[in-house]
Write a protein that binds this ligand. Structure first.
Ligand SMILES: Cc1cc2nc3c(=O)[nH]c(=O)nc-3n(C[C@H](O)[C@H](O)[C@H](O)COP(=O)(O)O)c2cc1C
Length: 176
């Protein structure tokens, strides 16, 4: 798949088969994520690769929405939790590092993860709606880290409808 096909193909998937993730694909994915840019190349984020059943179940509870559960988190063979790590960014960048860059670093790493997973034939869904304290407890980290995204990764058990986007002309504002 070339890059633009990857971009066209990726779509949020909320049902996963029980097929395990092959160790080579897992490594390939993590290596691709590790090429993501970051402010000052400080990589002010940590990735938790979760397969422990109790942690997955606890994340389902942590990410319960008012309208529906997000049980698909516990279906995926692996769930990556991207956490901002302000301590890596603050000494160099001060409050901008503490409140913004570490979150952006974690965010772009997760965007890389979604695209790399797609290129490997895997499916993902970005989960941003969760109780941060409950996610910290689920993965066993302290409040020095801020969970930013939960990303279940696995093989799709559904073919979701293609999402629609704003027209480019509406989205892009020319400053000429
Ligand atoms: C910041 C952010 C937060 C999101 N949070 C959730 C979430 O909590 N649960 C969920 O099912 N999808 C979540 N999504 C996925 C979006 O709903 C999805 O990307 C969007 O509807 C477009 O669909 P597509 O990814 O298939 O193109 C989130 C996406 C982003 C970027």
């Amino acid at each position: 798949m070339d890059f633009f096909e990857v971009v066209r193909t990726r779509q949020s998937t909320r049902a996963f088969t029980s097929q395990p993730l092959e160790p080579e694909k897992r490594q390939h994915l993590l290596d691709a994520i590790n090429r993501a840019p970051s402010a000052g190349n400080l990589q002010a984020y940590e990735i938790y690769a979760v397969t422990r059943r109790e942690s997955l179940d606890a994340m389902v509870v942590a990410a319960r929405l008012k309208t529906r559960g997000q049980d698909y988190i516990a279906q995926a063979p692996i769930v990556l939790v991207f956490c901002a790590n302000p301590a890596r960014s603050t000494p160099r960048f001060g409050s901008r590092g503490e409140t913004l860059y570490c979150v952006q670093d974690a965010t772009i790493a997760c965007a890389y993860a979604q695209l790399a997973a797609t290129a490997l034939g895997l499916a993902t869904v970005w989960i941003g709606s969760f109780d941060e304290t409950a996610v910290r407890q689920a993965i066993g980290v302290g409040d020095d880290l801020r969970p930013v995204v939960i990303l279940p990764v696995g093989y799709a058990a559904e073919t979701p409808d293609k999402s629609v986007r704003r027209p480019v002309a509406d989205l892009v504002h020319r400053v000429e």
